[in-house]
Design a protein around this ligand. Sequence first.
Ligand SMILES: [Zn+2]
Length: 376
Amino acid sequence: MGGADRSLAVFWHPDVLLHDTGAGVFEAAASALMTSDELHPESAPRILNMKAILERGPLAASVTWEPVRLCAEDELRLVHSSEYLDELRRVSQDGARRLSATTVLGRGSWPALLAAASAAIEAARAALAGPDRVTYALVRPPGHHAQPACADGYCFLNNVALAAEAALRLGARRVAIVDFDVHHGNGTQECFWTRSDVLTVSLHMDHGPWGPTHPQTGSVSEVGAGPGAGYNLNIPLPYGTGDAGYELAMRDLVAPVVAAFEPDLVLGAIGQDASQFDPNGRQTLTMRGFHTLGEILRSLADRSAGGRLALIQEGGYARSYAAFCLHATLAGALGVPSEIDDPLAYMPDPGIGVAPAVRTARDALAPHWPALSEPD
Ligand SMILES: [Zn+2]
């Protein structure tokens, strides 16, 4: 073990396993044309593998496992409407139902949602208390597609938005959310659209809108409105973007904006579905790329937020590889080498062909952020 100078506080509540998404044709309902169903991709085993690698891997000596105090429903109302929360609870108690073609809610889901939101809030609270620990909420279901009154993707409650609101209530003046889940963080964007106290950054594959629950495009033109204009930074990246492209976008765009924003807390919405083997992503990150992303998050927090960094789990559906990529991210965030060989890294990295996309995003944000107009 390389000797991390900070420990990793992992916020974990076993109720996150109670959300049962069932099986079928991947995320779709079962088909009579098939003889073998497979688990819905957002399943408990993906999180159990992540938990296992933290318990059994080289970070184990740096990890403390933190119990989660369940939050009050009042805290959920900082982001979500009462009507929406009542509906989620009622549908969960009534039994399994698909809210959309891919979004499943069943008995056990409500306690899981509450546990996930609570863990995210606790992780933010602990990170705000001091920079001696990096904090991480190991949760499911993910949250970044959830809007104030709308479930989307596999998400119901916006865990990272709730964490940001909790941090503001605890005295943080500004919070920066950096989301590198492979999908657009449309729910988080929606939650803070007119706000200048929360900077929302989303790097994502350029998938565009996907129906009534996800009308947002994720384009660079969606910068926020009113007092929030300029405080939403979308960085759509071309399909096939790999380690070098993500690093370029983080260093050239995200780092100067976050530094200029001067947050009191950096929240990382970390998914692993930008990995080269994720069924739901079309990007090609390896463990090495995720390690770099973790390092950059840490340096952003060190440089501009007094080292205060909290990470919230989002997507990542390659059931084994996502856990390896999570390990790499967290090792990077702790400033130590991964010490685990990548079991699957054999796809070629496409290099930095992403530069035009980064330039486009930079041009869109430069009017709001003078730091982006300064010469390199
Ligand atoms: Zn995702």
